[in-house]
Design a protein around this ligand. Structure first.
Ligand code: AMP
Ligand code: GLY
Length: 445
């Protein structure tokens, strides 16, 4: 079978998915439709077409030429643009939901309202405002008090959500931001600010069967100690038992229950099965597990905690999922810890050293997944960086301690104007997360 990967090409996620497909025991052929030549995907794919992922006609044409059995859609904007719908017209089913179902990620209001309408647990307090009821925003902010979050109702590349005390200092600032959002978006969601520890739980589903993958935790802030500006994600870790030290079995079950109910609600609401990734951003709070958001694709970096340790045939799982029979090919994962640390250009995210060169060695103990870099020359060791996260460096081992050391060594071997977070998955950081959770739950002095 041939598998078509639809990707931006500037993220390590694409390389990681391509590797999982290409190394499947069933030996599928990989072809890719990408916006940029990802050096990792270029090595693995048998045919590559460069084009905008939102150019649905070009995508369809490539699919017709290649006639793959299925497609895997990697980025959020491709999912939201309706790549799955276009590919289905060309006779190719996808791992990636249809446009109407992609609202799960692309519309925060849609998801909050779906969860409420079907009586599914997990929502914080929230209200959706449009231009017609914007005058009621101040009263709702007064009701929420000091803890509120403002979310534009569409994809904003992770940059639109503003949280009180972090990005918004007062109700006046929040109101002004809501009005700014409403100039360009149909609506804005205001919700209660939750306190707790976040975790990324990615599920594969064909709309009927929901399969969990190992839970990971991302690190959004640029610098050690969770300091500095928010980024696309500086790295992530997962444990050999596929849970995290601050979670209990009941928390995993709750997140799974929410996801199964949301998948069923999506079917009732739209009439279609959701086929793809339901990546839940959850938070464990004093009141239990809450839903922050769903993404309709794998996480970046969190995909790097999951696919490198798959212990079953990923291509077979993808084919089963896209054809609505996932129950016959559920994925399995090795009981290993994974740690991902991103090497990013100096100055990232505000003023990245784009255009500068880096050298990535061949003899590192961990794995490299190429992101926003362009290969220079034949040797594939020298790369020119773009503006975004350059290379994801992954350590895999029986314990988190060993995985962290491998990831750290691997990322440190890259030469050039890059930096990374040294603290990700270190014992001190892991203890900080556990202590924070204990404080939230009121279990510490
Ligand atoms: P989102 O794009 O919805 O994932 O939001 C981006 C980030 O904002 C999340 O990863 C959280 O850290 C934070 N966030 C979003 N919603 C809430 C909430 N209701 N309470 C606290 N933090 C939130
Ligand atoms: N890790 C954040 C994201 O993929 O959206």
């Amino acid at each position: 079978m041939k598998i078509l990967l639809v990707a931006l090409g500037t993220t390590a996620r694409a390389h990681c998915i391509a590797e999982a497909i290409a190394s499947s025991p069933s030996e599928p052929g990989l072809v890719a439709f990408m916006q940029a030549k990802n050096p990792g995907v270029m090595k693995l794919a048998k045919a590559v077409k460069i084009g905008k992922v939102t150019d649905l006609e070009a995508l369809k044409k490539f699919a017709e030429e290649q006639s793959p059995g299925i497609a895997v859609i990697s980025p959020d904007d491709a999912v939201a643009a309706g790549c799955a719908d276009a590919l289905l017209e060309a006779g190719v089913p996808s791992v990636g939901p249809l446009k109407t179902l992609a609202r799960l990620e692309s519309s925060k209001a849609f998801t909050r309202e779906l969860v409420s309408k079907y009586g599914i647990p997990g929502n914080p307090e929230y209200l959706v405002f449009t231009r017609s009821n914007a005058t009621e925003i101040p009263a709702y902010l007064r009701e929420l008090g000091d803890g509120y979050v403002v979310k534009p109702d569409s994809l904003t590349g992770g940059k639109g959500v503003k949280v009180s005390a972090e990005h918004l200092e007062s109700h006046e600032e929040a109101i002004a931001y809501c009005h700014e959002v409403l100039k360009t978006h149909p609506s804005v969601v205001i919700e209660e600010k939750l306190a707790g520890e976040e975790f990324s739980y990615q599920f594969l589903t064909d709309g009927k069967t929901v399969c969990p993958t190992p839970i990971a935790q991302d690190h959004k802030r640029a610098f050690d100690g969770d300091q500095g500006p928010n980024t696309g994600g500086m790295g992530s870790y997962s444990y050999p038992d596929h849970s995290l030290p601050f979670l209990e079995k009941a928390d995993l079950e709750k997140a799974m229950e929410i996801t199964e109910k949301v998948a069923a609600a999506l079917k009732k609401e739209t009439g279609f099965d959701y086929k793809g990734v339901m990546y839940g951003g959850f938070m464990k709070t004093r009141e239990g597990v809450k839903l922050i958001e769903y993404n309709a694709r794998f996480g970046d970096p969190e995909v790097m905690n999951v696919l490198p340790i798959i212990d079953s045939d990923f291509a077979e799982t993808c084919a089963a999922l896209a054809n609505g029979r996932l129950s016959s090919a559920k994925p399995r994962f090795k009981q290993l810890a994974t740690v991902c640390k991103y090497a990013v250009p100096e100055g990232y995210p505000t003023n990245p050293a784009a255009g500068r060169q880096i050298e990535v060695p061949k003899n590192a103990p961990g794995r490299y997944y190429f992101g926003s870099v362009e290969a220079l020359g034949e040797g594939n060791t020298v790369f020119r960086m773009g503006k975004s996260r350059a290379v994801a460096c992954v350590g895999i081992a029986p314990t988190i301690g060993e995985a962290e050391k491998i990831a750290e060594k691997t990322v440190s071997m890259i030469k050039g104007p890059v930096f990374h977070r040294k603290d990700i998955a270190t014992p001190a950081l892991l203890q900080k997360r556990v202590d924070h959770m204990a404080r939230i739950l009121g279990r510490s002095k």
